[in-house]
Structures are given as C-alpha cells and as structure tokens.
Design a binder for this molecule. Sequence first.
Ligand code: NAD
Length: 261
Amino acid sequence: MFDDLRGKTAVVTGSSKGLGAAIARRFGAEGMNVVANYRTDEEGARETVRAVEEAGGAAAAVQADVSKPECVDALYDAAMFSFGGIDIWVNNAGIEVGTPSDQKSIEEWKKVIDVNLTGLFAGSQRAIQHFLERDMPGVIVNLSSVHEIIPWPHFADYAASKAGVGMLTKTLALEYADRGIRVNAVAPGAMNTPINAKKFADPAALESTVKLVPMGRIGDPEDVSAAVAWLASEQAKYVTGVTLYVDGGMTLYPGFQHGDG
Ligand code: NAD
C-alpha cells in the first residue's frame, strides 16, 4: 500500500472489466476516488464501482468512448463534477482485432489506432491541461503491451499502436518533466482477462502462449494493478518516461531460455 495515494482521484479508462477493473479495485484499496469509465458495459462499470467501495475507496461510473475526443472532454467534466479534481489519469482502454495484414480493412486499422493511440493521447492531453492550469504535479500511466517491442502478425494495428504508446509516453514525459508531471507506461504480457478468455479456453492455445512465458504461467490482473499503483505513488517520484514490463519474462527472448540459440 502507498500512503500518499489515500484521498487522491484517478480516472481509469475502460474499467468495466479486465485490467482496468483490477486497477480501479487496487486504487479503491488505496483509499482513492476512482472514475470508472466504460464504453457500453454499464453493469460491468457498476460492478467496478461496488468493488472499489468495498475495498475502501469511492467511485463513479462514467460512460465515454475514448476514441472520440469530445467524449474524453465529457469524461473529464464528469470526473471534476464527481470528485472536484484529478491527480492521476490511467489510459487503459484498448482493443485488438486479428486479421492478416493483406486482408485488414482501413476501417479496422483506424478503429484500433483511434482507441489505443488517439484515445490515449486525448486523455493524456486533457490530464496535462488540468495539471498545468492548476500548476500542480500529476501522473499519467498508459497501458502498453509486450507488443510495444514484439512484432505480432495479424495484429499490425495493435502492435503499431502499442509501439506508438511507448514513444508517446517518452515524449510527453520529456515535454512535461520540469512541470512535475510524470508519464509512464505498464506493458503487460499474457494476462487472465476477458480480452484473452476465448483463446485461453482452448487448452492448445493456452499451452502455446504459456510456452512464450519464461515464468511458465499467465499473469494475474493484480500483477499489473500493483505496478500501476507503484508508478502512481510517490515511491516512483523520480521515475518518468519508462515502460515497465509486467510479463513473466516474455520480452526476454524465451526461445533462448535453456541455453538454446
Ligand atoms: P479487456 O478487453 O478485458 O478490457 C478492455 C476495456 O477497455 C473494456 O472495459 C472495454 O470496454 C474498454 N474499451 C474498449 N474500447 C473502449 C473505448 N473506445 N472507450 C472506452 N473504453 C473502451 O482488455 P484488458 O485485457 O483488460 O486490457 C486492458 C489494456 O491492457 C488494453 O490497453 C490492452 O491492450 C492492454 N494489454 C492487455 C493484455 C492482456 O493480456 N490482457 C496484454 C497486454 C496489454
């Protein structure tokens, strides 16, 4: 637990399920106020609000499609209305669609980029404006992926968006470092969340993924939420512009693990 987080307010985009819900719950346990954003799953967001409150925090569910900048403004306004301020903005919302690149429509490409990269920029920009207008320190945490650096056939848009998240994180971190604004990313490997539910329900697909993880298991959402909480806290006050991989070693070239290569 990080004492300095108590009473602070965080926006967590896409927190009706999966990693976003776990991050919201962790913030609740830290005694924080959480704006639990959802796009369509209102019941999931309500469940997140209940979980945050049970964990000891306060929360409000707010509908917004982060791929639309005007919705990000509305999300910001709702956060201000609910809690009167913002200290931390977590850009978690993300989508992936697997299609061979020669068959991928430009619409599909744009949709993934709009949510994963443009939505993340719009949220970061709104948070930075808030911090600058008040001359206050602030924290942004972006959800990247191991595909920030590992190429992923059929998911070219996703991999490109996450590589973009890495560079956007570094650039914003540099741009606002002297204003007390820290910008970092957390890059999960293969985690147990709804985005992977169908794949991991197939034992062969699960086994082939686990083979890519030197630690030999799929990660828990709480592995990610712990890293996000640390980066949000004062314990990480000298850390900016990094991507923290939470991946059981997936980015360590697992093919070489037993002296091969
Ligand atoms: P998920 O599909 O379980 O949840 C994604 C959340 O984002 C959902 O709540 C969804 O409603 C929301 N969302 C999608 N589009 C949105 C939009 N336009 N506006 C607002 N919300 C929207 O996924 P997850 O596994 O929890 O992933 C969360 C983040 O972590 C994503 O950015 C994903 O790319 C990243 N990530 C996940 C894994 C993994 O293994 N689960 C690995 C690497 C990176």
